[in-house]
Design a protein around this ligand. Structure first.
Ligand code: ATP
Ligand code: MG
Length: 383
């Protein structure tokens, strides 16, 4: 008898002709997520099985699998021989010791000597006999023992279906560049695009020495949390200090954020083009702050041609916070470190600035040279 993790996949089956491709990417992603844990991964009819690992690591494996997009559900259980004795041995380990239960059997191997009902009854009867505090309730059991009789002379026995991360395998929906700050929103935005199968590379702007080492470590910590889902283990940082100082010295204070945002987009687009990335992704949500009005978004879109995806655009802050907690980023996101956007923050940022006014103020700067200089500060952090 061997402990295994059973993985069932989600939307992959929708993709007709591309199915083979989706499944290959999915398998690669499962392998990536299990990096550092000895195991074998096998494809079986419509499912994957993680086998041959140290039993004590089963929960850790399950935890990692729970974050892989494309996983519909998973179960920790036992791979056993298909004799009644062996199936019972697995069931006895899975079954609760008290309360109500039922046994549910599925037979892929139709020539098995017992029908599904008969096998369930036999196993259930023996469990009742061995554990007197158990009672059968086939309608509303507290626990279920699932038995899957496979075609190759083995069976799977498990006790629950755990909900997977859903979505599509990362790597099947193109490549985007997430502008990641140290805040709550952008990690969630990255999570959402990765869930739809996009490979999400990361770019962070800092304004050292106005922002410090702590701020950088916080972003790396967020990037690591995101990487459990997105499987991307690299972050690029670019310094925009000079740009902020120039804006502060030469342009109308109320446009500080608007102008900085346009620089961020220009730099991000250059970075994306040089790295084969097809779109920019931000954590903006309509109306959340002064720069996230439709006018603000229009003004930053105006300086790039790549599509800008804003997966949180229609979400309330409460909804974003819920998601942030769910993915395990929230506690890190709320650590108090300065982001470059809060340096030189004007007291009254322009809420609906006209494009002509923005361009006039911006013309006081040597935009191309500043962009070029910033790109030269790019640093890659691998974690
Ligand atoms: P977040 O919670 O993601 O920080 P926010 O509510 O603080 O967002 P803004 O500061 O207006 O909003 O930032 C909007 C978006 O711009 C962010 O979601 C992020 O995508 C991008 N952004 C902001 N600051 C940075 C930064 N320092 N580096 C990279 N991207 C940034
Ligand atoms: Mg922020």
């Amino acid at each position: 008898m061997e402990k295994v993790v059973i993985i069932r996949y989600a939307e992959i089956h929708l993709k007709g002709k591309n199915r083979g491709y989706f499944e290959r990417v999915f398998a690669v992603n499962l392998e990536k997520s299990l990096k550092g844990i000895r195991h074998e991964l096998h494809r079986t009819s419509g499912r994957w099985l993680v086998e041959k690992f140290e039993e004590t690591r089963a929960e850790e494996i399950a935890e990692r699998i729970s974050k892989v997009f494309g996983v519909h559900s998973y179960s920790v259980g036992y791979l056993v021989g298909s004799s009644l004795e062996e199936i019972y041995a697995g069931a006895a380990l899975i079954a609760p010791r008290e309360g109500t239960f039922k046994v549910e059997t599925h037979r892929a191997y139709k020539k098995y000597p017992l029908t599904s009902m008969e096998l369930s009854a036999q196993i259930g009867g023996r469990l009742l006999h061995e554990f007197p505090a158990l009672a059968v309730d086939v309608h509303r059991p507290q626990n279920t023992v699932y038995i899957d009789v496979r075609e190759n002379g083995t069976a799977l026995v498990f006790g629950s279906f755990e909900e997977g991360a859903g979505g599509m395998p990362v790597g099947t929906s193109g490549r985007g560049l997430l502008l990641i700050s140290g805040g709550i929103d952008s990690p969630v935005a990255g999570y959402m695009m990765a869930k739809r199968g996009m490979t999400v590379e990361l770019l962070h702007f800092h304004s050292y020495p106005y922002t410090n080492e702590g701020a950088k470590e916080k972003v790396v910590a967020l990037a690591k949390i995101l990487s459990q889902y997105s499987l991307v283990t690299e972050l690029c940082t670019i310094r925009v200090t000079k740009i902020q100082e120039e804006i502060h010295a030469k342009c109308a204070a109320e446009l500080n954020v608007t102008l900085l945002r346009r620089f961020m987009f220009r730099i991000a687009e250059r970075f994306a083009s040089e790295n084969g990335l097809q779109c920019l992704i931000t954590g903006e949500s309509l109306g959340q702050v002064a720069s996230q009005t439709i006018e603000g978004m229009t003004s930053s879109n105006a300086v790039v041609t790549l599509p800008v995806l804003r997966p949180l655009v229609g979400f309330d802050k409460d909804e974003i916070i819920l998601r942030s907690k769910k993915i395990g980023a929230y506690d890190t996101s709320i650590l108090p470190f300065e982001d470059c956007c809060t340096v030189f923050l004007p007291e009254h940022p322009a809420i609906k600035p006209k494009l002509a006014y923005i361009e006039e103020e911006e013309s006081k700067l040597d935009v191309d040279a500043l962009v070029e200089e910033a790109l030269g500060t790019a640093e890659r952090i691998t974690f």
